[in-house]
Design a protein around this ligand. Structure first.
Ligand code: T1G
Length: 693
């Protein structure tokens, strides 16, 4: 058993320190150590005990790495009960992020003190669970049911000041947890402060739990852990404490067995694993203290905003003074949003929009920047001109990045004398909000430039995913495949509105045609025109939506697309159905019905098949990389883990069977990806590839 709990006696106070990096997770050794320490404190005749943690944070929860393994005693509920039932006056000193089981341990104590800047929370619903060590029973007793429902079903972190106001903590004190904790214990002993076991507090007043359940169910769009948590809290009102604990345990165990829990844990670890690339071990990124950005449109301004908020100085280049002023206005608007949300104060706002941001129309302004991100018009000749200028102006060693969403980064690099310094950094709009960053590695990109791209991504708070060079990289290439499957279904008889409904029911916030209206139908239109010259004659590409575009109907930005946008809920545009009818007639297609199930199967099989191609070709390193792209950039429902996790759960053999069935009518579009066929032959899952480095 590694040494993770230290015990000292200071007068009649047992001082118990948890020391289990990186986040003092409550793994077996910590749980056993805590129980042993409480027993020892009682044996040594202590009057009180202080529990605090060394390192960066008070326990951030149960050890998620133990999930799925056989549970070993003492369980976390037993640890909390052991603390609560002891005759000792127990104080917990919190710092960092006391989350999940960490907060539940703190709720087993009599009093809680926290350092300023501490955050507490019960984020279990975010990983498909509910608080399983008394959180649904103790928190409502402490802060009331309404507030407990809000904290637990959102899984949000609560800052120290709010936690004090709610009554989760009793005091905020600056200083080392051991010192502030000890002083607080001595104060409590001097006052002969009473024990305060939460289990003995009165059951909280109930609310309309069915209404709360329904509200949580609706908001979670198919994820079940938040509504389950409401039922756990309901037990705190309707059952005695022990029965309530038993109810919580039963609900917790049920959730532990679900695919949703497995998918959400996959997402949690995947977001951290995806940017740990073996080939970058020991490769130092180039230092980046400032960035240049070329192009101040929506993307450029969004990237500038993200960089400024991450503490980088920005030089933004536009073609004219007016365009530079418009870019600045966009950036100021973005940053004032952060100020409105309380993320920054006025002084910080002034710094970010003042000294930290320079605008220019002269390339020479970029001569000293450490890294440049080009975000100009998606046209190869324009980009080549820009990179030739950057090559001439930027200092040696500056990283030259393009934000292109599909163009060939090798071709762009070849426009410079330093292709090893060129990389793709594909942000997703709005760039200061969306977490996904595709780091596109060209053939000659140097390893330390790749490392610099990932370091910048981490600095900007992004989930960075390595992508190889191809049309659309990872996300947009796969998007084109399942969008095409949807278009084929529309030509053959399905309505775009039915397809949107089916994909929303699957858990997407929006269906593919709603997304088209949001992004602008002109983007797809331009892609179809761009790909037309090299299109295989066997491809089936609809033309009805081009007619919409020709009439100037581009979706939300023009108020009309697949849907009619006015005030209130967007309405289905009947004009679209007429255009589809006309195209079917012109193609001699007799429309047929599609069941919701068939729509879902075709849509998802196309997504999985192209994903398998992208992994098989090495464009994405692992299946989890594709999952992280879709969870963080394309609205894929997180509780399904991403396309490849979903495929593993659905069963690769079943997916391959479906593809082979669909191929009977369209062998060109439905060609099984070699990797998918190989895994089925070997009886393996995509997840087996994630374990390989
Ligand atoms: N268990 C195991 N490892 C964990 C962990 C955990 N709970 N939390 C973090 N790690 C690892 C993480 O994988 C990474 O490892 C390193 O710590 C740093 O994390 C009964 C059952 C605490 C806010 O859901 O939200 O309690 O990659 O990179 O950005 O009711 O980690 O370095 O090898 O994220 O500063 C509930 C999850 C569990 C909190 C820190 N608790 N963690 O963020 O660092 S369920 C959570 C976080 C539970 C009870 C139930 C964040 C953080 P590596 P990091 P960070």
């Amino acid at each position: 058993m590694e040494y993770v709990i230290s015990f000292t006696l200071e007068d009649n106070i047992a001082v118990i320190a948890i020391d289990s990096p990186p986040v003092n997770a409550l793994g077996l050794a910590v749980r056993r150590g805590l129980v042993d320490a409480i027993t020892r404190a009682e044996k040594d005749g202590a009057k009180a005990a202080l529990i605090y943690a060394e390192g960066r944070t008070f326990p951030a929860g149960a050890d998620i790495r133990e999930f799925g393994k056989a549970p070993q005693p003492p369980s976390l509920p037993d640890v909390c009960a052991r603390i609560e039932e002891s005759d000792l006056l127990v104080v917990v000193a919190i710092h960092g992020t006391a989350l999940g089981g960490g907060l539940e341990v703190a709720l087993g104590a009599d009093y809680r003190i926290a350092a300023p800047g501490s955050r507490v929370g019960l984020p279990e619903v975010l990983i498909g669970l509910l608080p399983g060590a008394g959180g649904t029973q103790r928190l409502p007793r402490l802060i009331g049911v309404e507030k407990a429902i809000g904290v637990i079903t959102s899984g949000r972190q609560v800052g120290a000041a709010e936690a004090l106001e709610l009554g989760i903590i009793d005091r905020i004190e600056d200083g080392k947890p051991r010192e502030t904790g000890l002083a607080y214990v001595r104060e409590m002993l001097a006052q002969d402060a009473p024990r305060r076991p939460i289990r003995a507090m009165q059951a909280p007043a109930p609310v309309d739990f069915d209404a709360a359940y329904d509200a949580a169910l609706k908001k979670a769009r198919g994820q079940i852990s938040p509504p389950y948590a409401v039922r756990g809290i309901q037990a705190a009102c309707e059952l005695g404490f022990d029965d309530g604990m038993a109810r919580e345990r039963a609900l917790f165990r049920e959730l532990m067995e679900t695919d949703q829990r497995a998918a959400l844990i996959h997402a949690f670890f995947g977001e951290r694993a995806v940017s740990n690339l073996p080939e970058l071990k020991g490769v130092a990124p180039r230092p980046v203290a400032n960035v240049g950005i070329i192009g101040g449109g929506t993307m450029g301004a969004g990237i500038a905003t993200a960089a400024l908020l991450a503490g980088l100085d920005v030089v933004l280049l536009e073609m004219t003074v007016d365009a530079a002023a418009a870019a600045k206005a966009r950036i100021v608007k973005n940053i004032s949003g952060a100020q409105k949300r309380g993320k920054i104060d006025q002084a910080h706002f002034d710094h970010l929009t003042g000294t930290a941001l320079k605008l220019s129309t002269d390339y020479d302004a970029l001569a000293q920047v450490d890294l440049v991100i080009e975000a100009v018009f998606e046209n190869m000749s324009v980009k080549k001109q820009v990179f030739a200028r950057l090559d001439a102006v930027c200092k040696p060693g500056a990283v030259l990045a393009t934000n292109t969403s599909y163009l060939d980064v090798n071709e762009i690099a070849a426009a410079t004398s330093r292709p090893e310094d060129v990389i793709g950094l594909h942000f997703f709009s709005p760039a200061h909000v969306m977490k996904l960053l595709e780091v596109v590695v060209a053939d000659r990109t140097a390893a330390d430039v790749v490392a610099t791209g990932f370091a910048l991504g981490k600095r900007l708070g992004k989930v960075s995913v390595r992508a190889g060079v191809c049309d659309g990289f990872i996300g947009n290439r796969i998007l084109l495949a399942y969008r095409t499957a949807a278009d084929h279904m529309v030509l053959d008889g399905a309505s775009p509105f039915q397809i949107d409904r089916v994909m929303r029911a699957f858990g997407f916030a929006m269906g593919p045609f709603q997304v088209g209206d949001l992004a602008g139908l002109d983007i797809g239109w331009a892609t179809r025109k761009r790909l037309a010259p090299t299109r295989d004659p066997r491809e089936r590409v609809p033309t009805y939506v081009d007619k919409l575009c020709e009439q100037g109907h581009l979706g939300q930005k023009t108020g009309l697309g697949y849907y009619i946008y006015g005030d209130g809920v967007p309405k289905e545009n009947p004009e679209v159905l007429a255009l589809i009818e006309a195209e079917r007639k012109a193609l001699g297609i007799t429309p047929r019905d599609f069941s919701d199930e068939e729509i879902l199967r075709r849509y998802m099989c196309a997504m999985v098949n192209e994903s398998a191609r992208v992994v098989g070709e090495g464009i994405a390193r692992r299946p989890l990389d594709v999952d992280m792209v879709f969870l963080t950039g394309y609205g894929f429902p997180r509780y399904r883990g991403g396309p490849m996790k979903w495929a593993d759960m659905d069963g690769l053999a079943r997916i391959l069977d479906d593809i082979n069935t669909f191929a009977k009518a369209d062998p060109y579009f439905w060609q099984p990806a070699p990797l998918l066929a190989d895994l089925v032959t070997e009886g393996k899952a995509f997840d087996d590839l994630n374990k390989e480095t």
